[in-house]
Design a protein around this ligand. Structure first.
Ligand code: DQA
Length: 145
């Protein structure tokens, strides 16, 4: 089964959105790098982005059936969503939480993650490398399952 990479709100604007915080890569650039890295590890990926909390929940439920692991950047819902926390808890495949920016070094409202306590692990602050390391971690979880 593929690794599902799920992206939350505003991540469709990467490249033009606060490049000093999030870098100059577009989400399509990140997808391309993720596809190549996963392929090197012997995995295919499904890469998705939504600005809607309910759609992300539906995709976590879909991943429960169709993914071997999930790399998840919930965007700002990280800091607000009990529903996404519950969805991550409710599903079987390991979920690796990733963030481009170092949320602990930013505004206080970004310091708490509702996802971290439900996720297998979290990788934060490393830009594209957060995603690539997330894929490596996901592959490791799958192999030791
Ligand atoms: C983010 C961090 C969140 O605080 C923010 O709301 C985002 C992106 C990141 O990848 O750094 O939208 O998840």
């Amino acid at each position: 089964k593929p690794i599902h990479i799920l992206n939350g709100p505003n991540l469709n604007l990467l490249g033009t959105r606060e490049p000093e915080v999030y870098g100059s890569m577009s989400l399509a650039d990140i997808e391309q790098a993720c596809t190549a890295h996963a392929r090197d590890l012997g995995f295919s990926i499904v890469f998705r982005q939504s600005n809607h909390e309910g759609e992300l929940i539906d995709w976590l439920h879909d991943a429960n059936v169709n993914a071997s692991a999930i790399v998840f950047n919930p965007g700002a819902y990280t800091h607000t969503s009990v529903a996404l926390h519950d969805a991550v808890r409710a599903i079987e495949p390991p979920v690796i939480e990733v963030h481009l920016s170092q949320t602990a070094a930013r505004e206080a409202f970004r310091h708490h993650s509702y996802i971290a306590s439900a996720a297998r692990g979290s990788i934060t602050g490393l830009g594209l490398n957060s995603y690539l390391l997330g894929i490596t971690a996901a592959a490791g979880c799958i192999e030791t399952q």
